[in-house]
Design a protein around this ligand. Structure first.
Ligand code: GLA
Length: 384
């Protein structure tokens, strides 16, 4: 049964009323990792795994959220100005409601039933997909037409201020702005973006390592601090800079002595990664898949050696990919410390590649890993 039908039926059974259904996709990032919170460039695509939200309004101002994946639901009173995070899955939808209200969008009460398809812990933005699907549902059911840029920023605030993860804007933005057949080149400072068409001759293949190391959250926030430290140090010579986005490779090298070793390595990754995004966009525009693939390889090494967010399983996955035919490039994608790799693969070989990757990875690690052949999809919306 189609997921929207299944969730609508379950909702009707539970609440005795027919809901409306919304969905928002996860994403994979093709180039530009950890650059978003440095006000730089990223290049994600939305992928055909969705979070589904069935919703119906209520007469009071209570919000009840349930998930098909987790047993415990949560009920909050929207009039309560002191709603707290509960360290559970429900912090995502509840955090979105809190931030919508804080932004001045008064919400009506509602019942929500949520189903997440985006693999969790795979670095494919299951959290952004639940935030965005909830935000679309709550906004429209309360009669607010909020533009997508603002909605993305509200969802990011839910993650930053309510959940407590200092993530950038990439995931929420692409979940709202994705376009079938395209990647988005996003300037995370101005939020200007351009669509870049993905040639039909290639597929995006995602290989999930099946591991998510414990340190992911704390190390993520630490990387942000290290980047901020690099900016503070460089400001002594370059007072005009605001973020690593503003620093050229030449400026970084000239002022190498001002920056401590670790922040320097982080900065070197960011500065070169930003340049790789710009170069990769051009490469894709002229169908130069070879060049794009080379950039992916360099990006992975930079994330591994300079930004230090890779791990054994991700490195292995990339190595296995590089031994196979029809692969233009492979790199880790998302925050790191586990999760998935993104592989740019000749469309004719994609299925065989995916299958042989899962097999080879399982032989080496004993972990049953999934590989998905993906096409970019449109951003979130209501589903008829
Ligand atoms: C996570 C964050 C994003 C981004 C990536 C790394 O997915 O949510 O904002 O920083 O990591 O590129």
């Amino acid at each position: 049964m189609a997921p929207q039908k299944a969730i609508a039926e379950q909702f009707a059974k539970k609440f005795g009323i027919n809901p409306r259904v919304y969905r928002a996709p996860g994403r994979v990032n093709l180039m530009g990792e950890h650059t978003d919170y440095n006000e730089g460039f990223v290049m994600p695509s939305a992928i055909g795994f969705y979070c589904w939200v069935a919703i119906a309004g209520r007469e009071d101002r209570r919000l009840e959220v349930f998930s098909q994946e987790f047993p415990a639901g949560r009920e909050v009173d929207l009039a309560d100005s002191a709603i707290q995070a509960s360290r559970s899955w429900s912090d995502y939808p509840v955090g979105v409601a809190v931030q919508l209200e804080k932004a001045g969008f008064r919400l009506r009460g509602a019942n929500l039933l949520i189903h997440g398809e985006v693999p969790m812990g795979a670095g494919l933005s299951s959290s952004a997909s639940i935030e965005v699907a909830t935000a679309l549902a709550l906004a429209e059911e309360s009669g607010h037409a909020i533009d997508r840029e603002q909605l993305a920023l509200i969802c990011q605030r839910a993650e930053n201020d309510f959940v407590g993860m200092r993530s950038g804007i990439m995931d929420q933005f692409i979940s709202l702005h994705g376009r079938a057949g395209h990647a988005l080149m996003l300037d995370c400072r101005t939020l200007e973006f351009a669509l870049v068409s993905i040639p039909e001759s290639v597929k995006l293949v995602i290989c999930n390592t099946g591991v998510k190391h414990q340190l992911a959250g704390s190390e993520y926030n630490r990387r942000r601090e290290e980047c901020e430290e690099a900016v503070r140090s460089l400001k002594k010579a370059l007072p005009e800079i605001r973020a690593l986005r503003d620093v050229s490779l030449e400026q970084l090298e000239r002022n190498r002595g001002l920056v401590a070793d670790v922040p320097y390595k982080r900065a070197l990754h960011i500065v070169t990664e930003n340049a790789r995004v710009l170069d990769s966009v051009e490469a894709l525009r002229r169908d130069d898949l070879q060049r794009f693939g080379e950039n992916m390889a360099v990006s992975h090494r930079s994330l591994r050696d300079l930004f230090e967010v890779s791990c054994y399983e991700l490195d292995l996955m990339v190595e296995l990919a590089n031994q196979r035919e029809g692969v233009y490039g492979a790199r880790m994608t998302g925050g790191g410390f586990g999760g998935a790799t993104i592989n740019l693969v000749d469309a004719r070989r994609a299925e065989v590649f995916a299958e042989s990757m899962s097999k080879a990875y399982q032989e080496k690690t004993g972990i049953a890993a999934q590989a998905y052949v993906c096409d970019p999809v449109d951003g979130g919306s209501r589903v008829e």
